[in-house]
Design a protein around this ligand. Structure first.
Ligand SMILES: Cc1ncc(COP(=O)(O)O)c(C=O)c1O
Length: 401
């Protein structure tokens, strides 16, 4: 299958009022308002498994550190304090055995702003290129970053397991590419990519590779991997404390790798005023220095995924544990929505409605992650056990045959 240009989506994003300029599309989760209302009607209320926002507590020491940095008065360093960057490199070296000596590293305000901004900044540097390559089934911000930079998002076809088919990228798309995004473990399908092959594709086509590794601590099928194990040349790994340490509210991440790319981006970002607040950098360094809370979180997510997979499967919705991430990526059963049987746009939405009505659970319809996800839903295990048991009880009497 050839790679697919998302220029149409770009036009949709640009909105009906082309003359008036860009109109932001509806935010994906805002489309769930009606189904959220249906789920809420259950006694005990809705159990929100749609957005991947952590619910478990961050380490107490990290929260205490927020009040003790003494950094409130002055502007923080845009690239990140020495303490923060050293903690990031020490974690990478401890976790993956990468040689931190050869790596450049800089802070970002969580991974999302970097993902959304990279196409714009790379295009400023290389105006002759206009294309962002990203997985066909993916976190939507890769495409949105391209749209915001008035670039083409070209979707790289994915195999049934969600990994990218790099051989499908046309020579023309490669020659126009500002960057290739890879996400491993991937959101929403949890796939693990062959990062050596991705780095090698980028180098041989002179396309910078950005590797979003924000779920790396939640790798189940084998060891946690970073693209930087294959050297920093032409590659940048993107990390975040949001998922690793339940600190999505602090907005702390970093990017590390190729000195030229990281150096360019961090200089540009300094001019544009991107800064992680000083107290957050200090607390983030403490979080990066501690692995025990992550081990506990891994066990929590794995147990929750096992339990909900069991509950869904008993209801006729087959669910398995992914290779990575804390999402169940679940195909809608055929019996649920034969074509034309419901008013839903696709089977993923039909299953989303079914779960809201019968389980009081709100999940993300698979087309949130591109049209290739239309037959699935994503279930985020971000609610405590007692809330999941509520869903289990509600679904007990209901089966899709
Ligand atoms: C693949 C992926 N990348 C990046 C992010 C953003 O994370 P952060 O909170 O660091 O901005 C998310 C959040 O869900 C994600 O799923």
């Amino acid at each position: 299958m050839p790679s697919v240009s998302r220029e149409n989506a770009q036009e949709a994003g640009a909105g009906r009022g082309a003359e008036a300029g860009f109109v932001p599309p509806v935010y994906p989760y805002d489309k769930l308002a009606e189904l959220a209302g249906l789920a809420q009607r259950h006694e005990g209320g809705s159990v929100d498994l749609s957005i991947g926002t952590p619910c478990d507590p961050p380490p107490a020491r990290v929260l205490e550190a927020l009040a003790g940095s003494g950094t409130e008065r002055g502007y923080p360093s845009s690239i990140g304090s020495l303490e923060y960057r050293e903690a990031a490199l020490a974690w990478m070296s401890r976790r993956f055995g990468v040689d931190s000596a050869g790596l450049a590293v800089a802070a970002c305000v969580g991974a999302k702003e970097l993902v959304a901004g990279v196409p714009h900044w790379l295009r400023l540097r290389t105006p002759a290129r206009d294309t962002v390559l990203c997985p066909l089934l993916a976190y939507p911000t890769y495409e949105m970053g391209a749209i915001l930079a008035r670039c083409r998002a070209v979707a790289v076809p994915t195999r049934p397991d969600g990994t990218m088919e790099l051989s499908s990228i046309s020579p023309e798309d490669a020659s126009r590419a500002l960057c290739l995004w890879v996400n491993s473990p991937g959101n929403p399908a949890g796939q693990l990519e062959d990062l050596a092959a991705v780095a090698s594709w980028g180098r041989s086509h002179a396309v910078p590779v950005f590797s979003d590794e924000c779920y790396v601590e939640f790798t189940w099928a084998g060891p946690a991997r970073t693209i930087l194990e294959h050297g920093p040349e032409g590659v940048v790994a993107v990390h975040s404390l949001s998922k690793r340490s339940n600190l999505a509210g602090l907005r702390a991440g970093f990017f590390a790798g190729d000195a030229d790319l990281v150096g360019y981006l961090s200089r540009l970002r300094q001019h544009a005023g991107f800064m992680v607040p000083g107290p957050v950098q200090h607390a983030g360094a403490i979080a990066l220095g501690d692995d025990s809370h992550v081990e506990h979180q891994r066990e929590t997510y794995l147990a929750r995924m096992r339990r909900l997979a069991e509950v869904l499967t008993a209801s006729g919705v087959n669910a398995g544990i992914p290779a990575g991430s804390f999402y169940l990526w679940v195909a809608a059963p055929e019996g649920l929505a034969p074509p034309g049987a419901t008013d839903e746009p696709n089977a993923g939405w039909a299953l989303t409605r079914w779960l809201a009505v019968n389980g009081g659970a709100l999940v993300a319809p698979g087309d949130t992650y591109g049209p290739a996800g239309a037959g699935h839903v994503r279930v985020a295990l971000v609610q405590p056990d007692d809330r999941l048991e509520l869903v289990a009880r509600r679904l007990q009497a209901t089966t899709i045959s």
